[in-house]
Structures are given as structure tokens and as C-alpha cells.
Design a protein around this ligand. Structure first.
Ligand SMILES: NC(=O)c1ccc[n+]([C@@H]2O[C@H](COP(=O)([O-])OP(=O)(O)OC[C@H]3O[C@@H](n4cnc5c(N)ncnc54)[C@H](OP(=O)(O)O)[C@@H]3O)[C@@H](O)[C@H]2O)c1
Length: 257
């Protein structure tokens, strides 16, 4: 389906009549969204709205992914689901509107807000850092944004866990849940850990030194929240699910390279 076209979303769902709809699709170009708000809102807000309406009509349940960027990033404690939101840019605002739009349809829906997603394949921070660390002497990485890297597979397993346990398919559990890797770090901390683990695996290879820099030295069109920490307790108490420690998931991902 084309998520930018709500009628395409509706038609496909009506045609296939799924029991579950998992929406991992999104407009994720955080900086480009500032100059393409219409497209970002179509994909991140109108598509989840259409999914919610169709799911309700079918009696289907929904798993949808959202983001730490719904928050403004003040403070230094992990956000809980009920904390006030305050997105700093179009991407976060369109994703937040998508959460509301999906829930307004009335279907059973689980929205997992996650952060700093990466994995063994695709374009992501870990793979970029490890590539550059082989090519350069020094990498300057932002060290004043705090959060937790999340393995995409951990999120996939969470979705499978929910779907695999019928007792969790309860409309009363509809809502937003925080689901990011356990623990916390900064982007520079993530890069240091990745290079540290890579050096242990390949002692003969010289990797770049990681130097922490403030966000002000790495300006971007869209502001990023300095505090992206998410408190995932509700996920544990509701679904019996604990997200992996981010260093451990980093180890497991790197073992796949
Ligand atoms: N990456 C992160 O750090 C992060 C952090 C927090 C939350 N999230 C959330 O996690 C979810 C997955 O993010 P991700 O990092 O996997 O993003 P991604 O790598 O950019 O993947 C987004 C997917 O959406 C698809 N898509 C985009 N526009 C579409 C359209 N018009 N019709 C159909 N499919 C379309 C893309 O397809 P193509 O590949 O064909 O373009 C791609 O497969 C999103 O909801 C995102 O907001 C991600």
C-alpha cells in the first residue's frame, strides 16, 4: 500500500481482511520533514487514522510504532507515557498526531514509542559509525543527547510476543507504551561502545577515536530532544516484556556482521 494515499490503505485492508495490522512504515526523514510537512502528515497521521478506522470496522487489532521525538526533551529523567508531549519538529508532531488519530478510531491498538532504532542490516547509526571508524582517525559525535539504542529485532519480538499471547488481545490495554532499549547513553557513548566492541573482535584493526561534541556543533534543520530517555515500566507490567540492555543488543547485532 502507499501510506501517503489513505484510500490505498483502506482498500488493501478491506481486501485482505487481516486479524492484525502492524504498521512499521513511516515518514522518518526528520530534517526533510521540515520542508515536506504535507507528505509527513499524510504518512504519519492520515495513514494511522485510516488504519484505525478500518481495523475497528473489521475487528482487527493494530500494532503501531511511534517515537521519543513526541517529547520536547527537557529534564533528565526517563519519560513515562502520561508525561506532557511537546515535539520540536514536524516529524515528531506528525507522529504524535498519528498516535491520536489511530486511537480515535476505537480499534484495539498498541502503540510502541521507541528510540534510536538500529539493526544488523539497513541504514542506521551503528553501521555508519563502524564504517567511518575504519576510514578515519577521529569521529566527532554528539554527546549531549541522552537516550537508548533499540534493536529492531527486539521490537519485532515484542510484536510477536503480544500477538502470540491471546490474553493480551484486550481492548482495555489499548494505548501508548514506551519500548526502547534498557539503560541509557548518548550518541557518542553508543559510538564508543560500538568501536570498543569492534576493537575486541578485530584487535589488529585501527578504529577511529570518538570525540564527544555538543549538539550546537552539529546543527540540523530539525531540533532533536536532548532527553530521549523512555521509562519502559508499563511495558513490563502490562505485557511482561523487558527490552534488552542496549550494550547486549549491540553485541548481538555486531555478531551478525
Ligand atoms: N529509526 C529510529 O531511530 C526510530 C526511532 C523512533 C521511532 N521510530 C519509528 O519506528 C518506525 C520504523 O522506523 P524505521 O527507522 O524503520 O524507518 P525507515 O527505515 O525509514 O523505514 C520506514 C519504512 O516506511 C516505508 N514507507 C515510507 N513511506 C511510505 C509510503 N508512502 N508507503 C509505504 N511505505 C512507506 C519505507 O519504505 P521504503 O523503504 O520503500 O521507502 C520504509 O520501509 C517508524 O514508525 C518510526 O517513526 C524509528
Amino acid at each position: 500500500m502507499d501510506l501517503a494515499d489513505p484510500s490505498s490503505v483502506r482498500n488493501l485492508i478491506r481486501h485482505t481482511k487481516p486479524h492484525w495490522i502492524i504498521n512499521a512504515g513511516a515518514y522518518t526523514a526528520v530534517d526533510k520533514a521540515e520542508s515536506e510537512p504535507d507528505l509527513a502528515y499524510r504518512i504519519n497521521t492520515e495513514a494511522p487514522e485510516a488504519i484505525g478506522i478500518e481495523a475497528k470496522a473489521l475487528g482487527a487489532s493494530v500494532i503501531h510504532f511511534s517515537t521519543d521525538y513526541v517529547f520536547g526533551g527537557q529534564g533528565s529523567t526517563p519519560y513515562v507515557e502520561t508525561d506532557p508531549t511537546g515535539p520540536l519538529g514536524v516529524y515528531g508532531a506528525s507522529k504524535l498526531a498519528g498516535e491520536h488519530a489511530l486511537l480515535s478510531g476505537g480499534a484495539t491498538a498498541f502503540i510502541f514509542r521507541t528510540s534510536w532504532v538500529y539493526g544488523a542490516t539497513g541504514k542506521n547509526f551503528l553501521r555508519t559509525i563502524l564504517k567511518l571508524a575504519r576510514e578515519r582517525e577521529e569521529l566527532r559525535v554528539v554527546s549531549d543527547q541522552h537516550g537508548a539504542p533499540t534493536w529492531s529485532r527486539d521490537l519485532a519480538r515484542l510484536a510477536a510476543h503480544v500477538i502470540g499471547h491471546p490474553e493480551l488481545h484486550d481492548s482495555q490495554l489499548t494505548g501508548v507504551y514506551h519500548a526502547s532499549g534498557a539503560g541509557e547513553t548518548t550518541w557518542a557513548g553508543f559510538a564508543e561502545e560500538a568501536v570498543h566492541q569492534a576493537s575486541q573482535r578485530e584487535p589488529g584493526v585501527r578504529f577511529a577515536t570518538i570525540t564527544g561534541i555538543p549538539t550546537s556543533e552539529y546543527p540540523t534543520p530539525a531540533a532533536r530532544p536532548p532527553n530521549s530517555r523512555l521509562n519502559c515500566s508499563k511495558l513490563g507490567t502490562t505485557f511482561g516484556w523487558k527490552m534488552m540492555e542496549w550494550q547486549e543488543s549491540c553485541r548481538q547485532v555486531m555478531a551478525k556482521f
